[in-house]
Write a protein that binds this ligand. Structure first.
Ligand code: ES4
Ligand code: ZN
Length: 375
């Protein structure tokens, strides 16, 4: 493998510091008959799902400024460059300290609608066919914005994007794990008014000292209400393996967000492989909150047959949407086009799409690959 420093991505927000080189590679590692493939172009048009994106993490500097202006909210910054200059983080904790205060500009139904619609427009332009998006109701209800306002705006964007952009989307409601289990349970109860608009529940924010088991009763109730379940198991957290064990054995999740530290425990790797539990990995995000994108771990799990997927996490803050995440990993780890195709296939297979829709997208993906001479 190349030296660690090569995969370190500058932590200060600077998209220009992370160019994605165009690379022409062999379509397949095992078949010499394949035509050469322009990997960047192949990734750009690849039909794919995004399964790990925080809607509040798609708040771009320009939208933040526009919403502050529209709502008459005074913020310290007046230019995009000034907003970007506040993006100083090198850990999850320092990232969250920037991330939550920025949300103050989100107030009305239109604000939440515009935020989600802008993201869905960008995603559709990158070949994303379906997206399962996290939102953090407690980050808004905790500052006086109602659950109804938040979810009405997000829902409107989903309905409009389906009709106008041809992209399908679902909402996953996350609980903030550094707040109490009681607050999470109350939020779960409130969400039941909007049960049809939410496909599943997740757990995010600061993992340190907030293990999955803290929310066992909340997730058991969510399961009983018919929600699908996922939880963040962040990179290199204290107690990482024990937390991964809890999400699998005590919570019984359908998916794990991040979770790549599982490579340290081969027995748990076998369990996720056997159960077909998807891992939603975010290479560019990893390079911000830790020292590298964890390419070794992601690729090792992929080659072992674990349903690894590639996602953007908080793209407005980390400077990479889903295509840039595929490209960064593929370039650094020298993935074959067949492996890139497998990542996209995993994204549909790990999604919570109904079987028929999923199979239709997989057929579309196979057709796309065939057109590019990739299998
Ligand atoms: C998050 Cl990178 C990350 N980790 C945990 N919680 C989050 N919420 C938004 N981004
Ligand atoms: Zn996340």
């Amino acid at each position: 493998m190349p030296a660690l420093c090569e995969q370190h991505v500058a932590r200060r927000f600077d998209p220009a510091s992370r160019p994605v080189p165009r690379r022409t590679i062999r379509a397949m590692t095992t078949h010499d008959t394949a035509s050469d493939v322009d990997l960047a172009a192949f990734i750009a048009g690849l039909p794919k799902c995004e399964l790990h994106v925080h809607l509040e993490g798609t708040l771009s500097p320009s939208l933040k400024l526009a919403l502050a202006n529209r709502n008459g909210i005074s913020i310290a910054e007046t230019t995009v460059a000034e907003v970007e200059a506040t993006y100083q983080f090198d850990s999850l904790t320092s990232f969250l300290a920037v991330y939550y205060p920025a949300m103050n500009v989100l107030v009305t139904v239109d604000d939440f609608r515009d935020l989600a619609y802008a993201y869905l427009t960008k995603a559709a332009s990158q070949g994303v066919r379906h997206v399962e998006m996290f939102f953090d109701p407690q980050a808004h209800t905790g500052r006086g914005v109602s659950f109804h306002t938040v979810i009405s705006g997000y829902r409107r964007a989903i309905v409009e994007a389906r009709a106008q952009l041809g992209i399908s989307a679902e909402l996953i409601m996350c609980f903030l794990r550094d707040l109490s289990a009681e607050f999470a349970m109350a939020t779960l109860m409130e969400s039941l008014h909007y049960r049809d608009w939410i496909i599943g529940v997740g757990l995010d924010s600061d993992e340190r000292g907030n293990p999955p088991s803290k929310f066992a009763a909340v997730f058991a109730r969510a399961r009983a209400e018919g929600y699908l379940l996922t939880m963040h198991c962040d990179i290199d957290q204290i107690g990482s393996i024990e937390h991964i064990r809890q999400v699998i054995e005590e919570i019984g999740v359908d998916r794990i967000d991040h979770g790549t530290n599982i490579v340290e425990n081969p027995a748990l790797v076998e369990v996720v492989k056997q159960r077909g539990i998807g891992l939603t990995c975010c290479p560019v995000s990893n390079s911000f909150v830790t020292s590298d994108m964890k390419a070794d771990e992601i690729v090792q799990l992929l080659r072992h047959g674990v349903k690894v997927t590639i996602n953007s996490d908080d793209p407005a803050y980390f400077g990479g949407y889903v295509t840039e995440n595929y490209s960064s990993l593929a370039t650094f780890a020298r993935l074959s086009a067949s492996e890139v195709l497998l990542l996209a296939r995993n994204s549909f297979n790990a999604s919570w799409l109904p079987a028929r829709a999923r199979d239709n997208y997989l057929t579309e993906l196979d057709d796309y690959a065939a057109q590019h001479g990739v299998r």
